[in-house]
Design a binder for this molecule. Structure first.
Ligand code: 0GY
Length: 298
């Protein structure tokens, strides 16, 4: 693994907040194990191993019922680690894959059979090389008939340039991590307003109110045990949950790739939830109804 890699928290606390029954962690990853599922040659980072057994142990510790395992860029378009996790989950995980333009119908059918329900397009320049938009659009049209959706990951500053592409996608579109807002800017300022407008004007666009640990500048609590982490991210997440209660998802982002200054206690991430979804109804939509509609519709 990279010399500055921060491994996931070895012993996350038990959350104080009890998740509603049937809650879904709709954004997490598996890494390797590299001996079994080698990382892609074109990867931009080499993580620690983070197996599906470790993911399922975390799921049980946090009180989560189901996972959505999202293909990470360190595995390129080789989805074997995700598929293995789905197959071992006993129906309690669905997946989001990365596929090349030339993917065969048979491969898509096999991914579907394993539990894949979406593809991810990554536009974060530190993570991937540029892929021409027409290639991505072709993939989107290939997966649309399967009822899959597209997950997009990008930096807030790049939204204007990506707007037309996103709004032409023929599927449901799920934006990772609230479009990565700069949380030092106002929640009603032009940058976040643009992101809110994207969702308001396009009924097929959803977002994950995930990654406070990645977006926060104020950071985790200074005093150990104080359960009020990542306060600066709160207004952004709460605004999205309250404005679009039927189009938001939540996830841990375990094992938290590429964090450089701290590794979150996953129990604290669960305790963040009642601060962004402040009623039982909002919590049920965010954690159960919405992810079930997208990933387990039947
Ligand atoms: C995340 C965030 C990151 C990495 C990836 O696929 C990935 O490599 O998504 C990141 O570095 O910001 O969603 O896990």
């Amino acid at each position: 693994m990279d010399p500055d890699w921060l491994p996931f928290h070895p012993n996350p606390s038990t959350p104080t907040f009890q998740l509603p029954p049937g809650s879904v962690d709709a954004h997490c990853h598996v890494f390797g194990p590299a001996a079994q599922f080698p990382f892609a040659p074109e990867r931009r980072y080499t993580p620690c191993d983070a197996s599906c057994q470790q993911l399922f142990a975390l799921r049980d510790r946090l009180g989560v019922a189901r996972n959505v395992v999202v293909q990470a860029t360190c595995h390129g378009a080789d989805n074997r680690a995700v598929v293995d996790a789905l197959e071992r989950s006993q129906g309690r995980a669905r997946g989001v894959a990365t596929v090349p333009r030339g993917v065969r119908p048979r491969e898509l059918a096999q991914l579907h059979e394993a539990g894949v329900r979406g593809v991810r397009f990554n536009f974060v320049k530190r993570l991937v090389d540029f892929t021409p938009r027409e290639e991505l659009m072709e993939i989107a049209h290939r997966i649309a008939p399967l009822g899959w959706h597209v997950v997009v990951y990008f930096e807030a500053a790049d939204l204007p340039e990506l707007w037309d592409f996103f709004t032409l996608l023929p599927t449901t579109v799920v934006v990772d991590h609230m479009g990565r807002p700069d949380v030092t800017k106002p929640v009603d300022g032009p940058e976040f307003e643009r992101f809110v407008r994207l969702i308001r004007e396009h009924a097929n666009i959803w977002t994950k109110v995930s990654c406070p640990e990645r977006l926060s500048v104020s950071g985790p609590p200074a005093v150990n045990g104080q359960r009020n982490a990542y306060r600066d991210v709160l207004p952004f997440a709460r605004r999205l949950v309250e404005t679009f209660p039927d189009r938001v998802l939540w996830g841990t982002d375990w094992p938290h790739p590429n964090l450089k200054n701290h590794m979150p206690d996953d129990g604290l991430l669960v305790d963040f939830v009642p601060h962004i979804a402040t009623t039982r109804e909002l919590q049920r939509k965010l954690l159960v109804d919405n992810p079930m509609r997208l990933y387990w519709p039947d």
